[in-house]
Design a protein around this ligand. Sequence first.
Ligand code: XIL
Length: 344
Amino acid sequence: TLKEAFKDKFLIGVAVNRSQINQSNQEETKLITSQFNALTAENDMKWMYIHPKEDTFNFEQADKLVELAKANDMFVVGHTLVWHSQLAPWVFKTDKGDTINNAELTSRLKKHISTIVEKYKGKIDAWDVVNEALAEDGSYRKSPFYTIGGESFIENAFRFAHTADPEAELYYNDYNLINAEKRDGAIRIINNLKSKNIKIDGVGIQAHWSLEEPTIEEIETAIKMYSETGVKVMFTELDISVLPSPWNSPTADVSVSFENNPTMNPYPNGLPDSVQTQLAKRYAAIFELFNKHADKIGRVTFWGLHDGLSWKNNFPIRGRTDYTLLFDRAMEPKKAFNAVIDTV
Ligand code: XIL
């Protein structure tokens, strides 16, 4: 199994959604607990679900996930405390509907973070404290957290999380963190926190990748540079899309379903052997690199259990059939699974 193969190297995690948390399919539960030793909630700990109203916390799904993980000796990652997306509508508004000021933002962040992290103290092992605070050029993303709070919202978030559970590992998580400009932005965040003696244990590189990008050389450079700052490197949301990127096709009409669009949805009925092999080779090259730098890598988490559950079927456009993961829609291991195991 994956967790056995990599047990001396790094944790092997998987993101699960509500139906796996609720164990509605025992085959899925079996696959999760037999192959993986770390769990992330794909959605259920995000602000809109866990703290939908100012005085309402909803812990039901998070509790079940923690229970499943603890019963199976799995490491639990809390995803995510502060993110501009999948947020509750009340967060930046006063009762009158005005935008809150920085003092109010700070007090709301404190309540949100302290309540959740304290509740799972000793049970959730690590937190993605701040998610996606950077723009592509490495400057801060101009989300309301930043426009209201300035860069101090990041420091505050890490401080509140550390106070609430001093033992929990704390991470900064983002996508495109291999790209030089954004990478340097993340390194700036890490160094800034460290210079102020604020605890940060790791950087989470989401790793929503394609067959070509980023290159192995680019990933390797990033691993080394992040590691030099003294934090653990984590690959937190790994999936490899085999479909063409709509970003490269500006004429595509995103308002229609792409189900019947042979250019954007080329493999609706199964992946040809040649692409299956390409995907296996790509995964193998990535894991060979991970193995080489296993001393710097804490965890590799797949963003979904099998191809049928991958968010990539609906992102960034809906109605496609993608083949991003190591298990197929029937939960059988793909060529890519064997290729990954064979790198050890
Ligand atoms: C995605 C989930 O996979 C989807 O189910 C949901 O509809 C949107 O969010 N970056 C993150 C993840 O940090 O939380 C996102 O997860 C994917 C991008």
